[in-house]
Ligand binder design. Sequence first.
Ligand SMILES: Cc1ncc(COP(=O)(O)O)c(C=O)c1O
Length: 417
Amino acid sequence: MSNPATSIRPADVAKAARKIGTPFYFYDADVIRARYLALRGALPERWRIYFAAKANPNLAILGIYRGLGGMVECASAGEMLAAVKAGFKGSDIALSGPVKAAQEHAFLKRKKIAAIHSETETELRGLDALGVRQNVALRLNVEFHRGRVTAGRIMSGGMDKFGFSPEEAAEVLRRRDGYKNLKFVGFHFYAGTQMLSARSWLDAAEKYALAAAAVCRKTGFLPEYLNFGGGLGVPYRADESEIDLDDLGRGCARLEKKLSGLAELRRAKFFVEPGRYLAGPAGAYVMRVVALKKMRGTNFAITDGGIHHALLPFRVSREFPAFLVGGRGGKKRRYVLGGPLCTTLDQSDLPIDLPPLREGDLIAIGNSGAYGYATGMHFFLSHPLPAEVLQDGGKLTLIRRPSESEHLFRLQTRMPL
Ligand SMILES: Cc1ncc(COP(=O)(O)O)c(C=O)c1O
């Protein structure tokens, strides 16, 4: 599973390229299922998994997680609407994000969800004023020992904008009876993304849970919901390896035992909400080599795909996890890959070793099943939006059409205001 190239059948990719043109996203439903089930199998039985829709909100992909019995963590009204369209019930949806504005309010007025992860008192007052009963969990922003937690990006402690400090959370909970429509169910936490060490993830989770327990001791609050967030990483570079699921699972079981032994947390149920780990390796962004050239000793492969469609897969690591679809014999060469945008951001920082390329070859950027389509700078340089294709049981399905140029103009008006 660690090699993102393995599950993708070159003949299927070539067939999709013939039928819809390049560039496009290509996902493998079997890999999606296998990764979900592997994590499910590793975690203690009582833990439940939300899929972080921000990683890949395509309805067909969300539908696979629903079919597996997963739940979904959303961060906007748009993602919650996608979740509902994909068949999730309100009780399977959690809402995160630093801002819940009019559109989220409109959704929450219509549908009760499992938990709203709340981050400010202003937000709590706004939610209370909606006049409908909703569950809220306070997102805790906990200081932890950064030396012990290694992540691609840390999002708690320090100057990170998210959530409540434990002291503020305690203040809110002391006044919880003042919120007539909100049921305070527990806590949410998100340490950071792209953690490849189970120990790092577990250290952060334990620190957060103990901070939550301390808040409970001060306030007499008994949580029923402890959400440890996402953050499980996937290897992008050759020198990185998959997070050890056995270590993670054993650590979660130990953590559960320890936390359930604390009087304050005895009623808590445990949740995680990964995105990248579940969906990343299930997808590739496929583009065509349109030109080859050599300048000052560097081989450039110019491609029709780039960061307008796939910002994070290209930028998360200085080496793109790129491979030649179908492979080719011959001694590898170093190539800098460059996309169609007028910026050097749209090229690999480091050369990549690939078999000798030819114009017309298909190059795939692996690990693009998460934070791929959704992170593109879709309007920069006014190129069409890419298609998305799902391979499932030998069948290829177009799950999003590529756009016509019309998408560029649809919302533009000359409406007097
Ligand atoms: C609140 C929250 N939950 C879950 C996730 C998913 O994180 P990851 O893809 O690192 O597992 C994110 C990502 O930013 C997030 O902000």
